[in-house]
Design a protein around this ligand. Structure first.
Ligand SMILES: CCCCCC/C=C/CC(=O)SCCNC(=O)CCNC(=O)[C@H](O)C(C)(C)COP(=O)(O)OP(=O)(O)OC[C@H]1O[C@@H](n2cnc3c(N)ncnc32)[C@H](O)[C@@H]1OP(=O)(O)O
Length: 302
């Protein structure tokens, strides 16, 4: 049986039971409103929706990001993602498939509106939430797969790299850390994650040029693990990857993962304040604000 719900941890919490014969919801939904089974509810919200579907045979949760138009990551949406991960940890999920519920976009990365014309206070709230959400995703106790079913620039690539396995739908979409193209630099923990994923040589080439890789280029350099031709194929491959862990003792698996990721995680944990200061200094500078304004305009002109 599959248990599915949709939730949004803003003021308008949603519990959307779309599948009949639900015996019990596996996950507690903070601030949620119960709705009659079968009733479809949609609230548009600045904090986005997260659709969670749990396969109760395997314990694997599929988490679909849904914040139209491009799943850009603002404070509320990041908080929503973090709360979802907390629920999955609490309920001892056996695996995560992180994907998008929108056509063509995995996530467009950071919401540039959180960076443009921001105050030091709003940027601090935003960036602290980003650090916190990323630390949760990077250190999940359960295995994670990013099913990249659309473009994944900037922090979209960062979220994908933090999953343990990446499957990307080809051939139309791109993925990468494109910060230098925007005249900004990737934070050191994005850089660390890319070095962990690609090795220093390919990471340097990718980061200095702000390269957005096609799926086949990404496969070649090891930014993704598999390229697929359809979402169905992607789901099947993700499930196959996760199924190998059914027979591996969870604690041994988790500790091994954390040992490998420890350096990158503790680099951020120890240097959170320094990271925040770097971001505030860079993002609030007149030059970067001008560049971000032009970048936003260029996106809107298309
Ligand atoms: C010292 C450390 C400093 C740290 C600095 C911070 C690090 C940065 C990490 C980041 O993640 S920065 C963001 C990186 N992302 C991008 O550059 C993506 C930009 N967007 C696109 O390339 C395209 O929009 C797309 C994702 C390929 C989708 O293309 P599509 O043609 O489908 O849609 P659009 O018409 O372009 O966009 C629709 C709508 O969304 C707005 N939008 C797009 N991306 C963003 C975004 N990241 N943030 C906010 N808004 C975004 C776009 O302007 C359109 O708006 P409207 O015209 O409909 O108003």
């Amino acid at each position: 049986m599959i248990i599915s719900f949709h939730y949004n941890i803003g003021n308008q919490g949603i519990f959307h039971n779309s599948i009949m014969f639900v015996k019990k919801a596996l996950f507690a939904v903070p601030n949620s409103k119960s709705l009659p089974i079968g009733l479809v509810a949609r609230f548009s919200s600045a904090t986005g929706d997260i659709g969670v579907t749990v396969n109760d045979k395997t314990g694997v949760a599929t988490v679909k990001l849904q914040r139209a138009p491009v799943n850009s990551l603002n404070t509320g949406f990041l908080k929503n993602i973090e709360s979802t991960l907390d629920s999955l940890e609490k309920e001892k999920a056996r695996g995560l498939i992180l994907t998008s519920g929108l056509p063509k976009i995995f996530t467009a990365g950071l919401d540039i509106l959180e960076l443009y014309n921001c105050t030091t206070e709003s940027l601090t709230t935003f960036w602290t939430q980003l650090q916190s959400t990323w630390l949760k995703l990077h250190a999940t106790s359960f295995p994670s797969v990013a099913l990249i079913n659309g473009h994944a620039p900037g922090a979209g690539c960062q979220l994908a790299m933090s999953c343990e396995y990446r499957i990307m739908l080809g051939p139309k979409y791109t993925i990468g850390l494109n910060e230098t193209k925007m005249g900004i630099i990737a934070p050191f923990w994005f850089v660390d994650t890319m070095i962990d994923t690609l090795g220093p040589r390919q990471a340097e080439l990718a980061l200095t040029s702000g390269k957005l890789f096609t799926s086949s280029e990404a496969l070649k350099v090891g930014l993704i693990d598999e390229e697929v031709g359809s979402e169905e194929e992607g789901v099947a491959k993700a499930e196959a990857f996760l199924s190998q862990y059914a027979t591996i003792p969870g604690t041994a698996r988790k500790l091994t993962k954390l040992m490998i990721r420890e350096k990158t995680i503790s680099n951020l944990v120890k240097n959170k304040d320094k990271d925040l200061k770097n971001v505030i200094d860079l993002i609030t500078s007149a030059q970067v604000q001008k560049g971000l304004g032009l970048y936003l305009q260029s996106l809107k002109k298309k």
